[in-house]
Design a protein around this ligand. Structure first.
Ligand code: MG
Length: 382
């Protein structure tokens, strides 16, 4: 039976990964979370991993007390998560940590020689060249858990990369599809959190509303599939049924269609190259009736174009983009910034640090991300 570890286990994707583990009977060897001690306690009691880790050291102490009656070992801090990855006997590690915090764990999974089921797209946005080079060097398989990239991966099986004409990355368009940039003034948190087709965590739901998430996914696809950004088209597809597709040189388009459900992507990433049955309603094309496609409005959603620019500029600009966006979105979630100004803050930070395209080393990339956060915080205060 497959053995897995889940990082970011108490988040939306982490919980869905554990749903799959329960349904498929995978053994769970290691779990980590940021600071939700009671959430991780109940998962630990259900799955009985050998070790668990919390990034927050104070909460890790609390968790240690909560799990004192079990044989489960509790690790703490960022180092605890890294040592849990190395100590795990899992075949596959699902990395569903949110944000920049997922990068070092991604590199640890690669170094530990395990399959990486990657839901932390930020690893590739921040340091895609480093992550992909390291994976190649170590012979590590990276299986995408992001639904679009899972669809692209599935559409590439058995095909030659040099026969790809373009990648078609679909986007739901988010809750503000059809609104102009000016019409986005005055939009509230409640408006933003009402995503039309996917149930997700708050950060990614906001990123879906600004189309920053789609921008990150463009950068993610460039690295995962080694395709230049010019060959990646974003297509608005409101129904979220075609999860993405690949067009080949003979005009054939191969895509993956299914009901929107991350659990399918997790299961595919763990079981690949095999496929196993899943519970849940399959797609009924007749009751769906039709699907629609449209071009994205890049004037109304400037962060999508900024991400394309980031992909072509390279260096550490992805780290700048991600850091500025994390700061702006968290300020928005706390009521310190308007929806409209999320994009303004990110655009301004990006312009200030445009020399980052020359930055290549991991330490320097992370330092520049720290600088981006500092500048973003100043702009947010203003
Ligand atoms: Mg996605």
């Amino acid at each position: 039976m497959k053995k897995i570890a889940v990082l970011g286990a108490t988040g939306s994707v982490g919980l869905q990964a554990l749903d799959v583990a329960a349904a498929r009977g995978y053994k769970v060897d290691f779990l980590s979370a940021n600071k939700d001690s009671s959430g991780l306690e109940s998962l630990a009691r259900k799955f009985m991993p050998r070790e668990v880790a919390l990034a927050d050291e104070k909460m890790a102490l609390e968790l240690k007390a909560l799990l004192a009656d079990t044989p489960i070992k509790v690790l703490s801090g960022k180092e605890g998560i890294i040592s849990g990855i190395y100590g795990s006997d899992s075949d596959t590690v699902v990395n569903s940590i949110l944000g920049e915090a997922g990068l070092m764990p991604t590199l640890a999974v690669i170094d530990a020689g395990k399959r990486l089921a990657l839901a932390n797209k930020e690893s590739l946005v921040i340091a895609g060249d480093i992550v992909m080079d390291r994976a190649k060097e170590k012979g590590c398989e990276i299986l995408p858990v992001d639904s679009e990239h899972s669809a692209i991966f599935q559409s590439l099986v058995g095909e030659r990369r040099d026969r790809i004409r373009r990648v078609i990355l679909t986007a739901s368009g988010g809750p503000f599809y059809g609104k102009s940039r000016q019409e986005q003034r005055g939009l509230t948190l409640a408006d933003t959190l009402a995503h039309p087709t996917w149930k997700m965590g708050k950060k990614i739901t906001v990123d879906s509303a600004t189309l920053m998430n789609k921008g990150f996914e463009v950068i993610e696809a460039v690295h995962l599939f080694d395709v230049p950004v010019e060959k990646i088209d974003v297509v608005i597809h409101r129904e979220s049924i075609l999860h993405s597709a690949v067009e080949y040189v003979d005009n054939a388009i191969i895509g993956e269609f299914s009901p929107p459900d991350m659990r399918m992507c997790v299961q595919y990433a763990v079981d690949y190259p095999e496929r196993f049955a899943r519970e849940g309603e399959p797609l009924d094309l007749i009751s769906l009736g039709k699907m629609s496609f449209a071009a994205p409005d890049t004037e109304a959603f400037p962060l999508l174009s900024l991400a394309r620019r980031t992909a072509s500029e390279g260096g550490a600009m992805g780290a700048v983009l991600n850091a500025a966006d994390e700061e702006a979105v968290f300020a928005f979630l706390e009521g310190r910034l308007s929806f409209y100004d999320i994009s303004e803050v990110v655009l301004r930070v990006y312009d200030r640090l445009s020399y980052g395209n020359n930055v290549r080393e991991l330490d320097d990339i992370l330092e520049l991300a720290g600088e981006a956060r500092k500048i973003a915080k100043t702009y947010i205060k203003e």
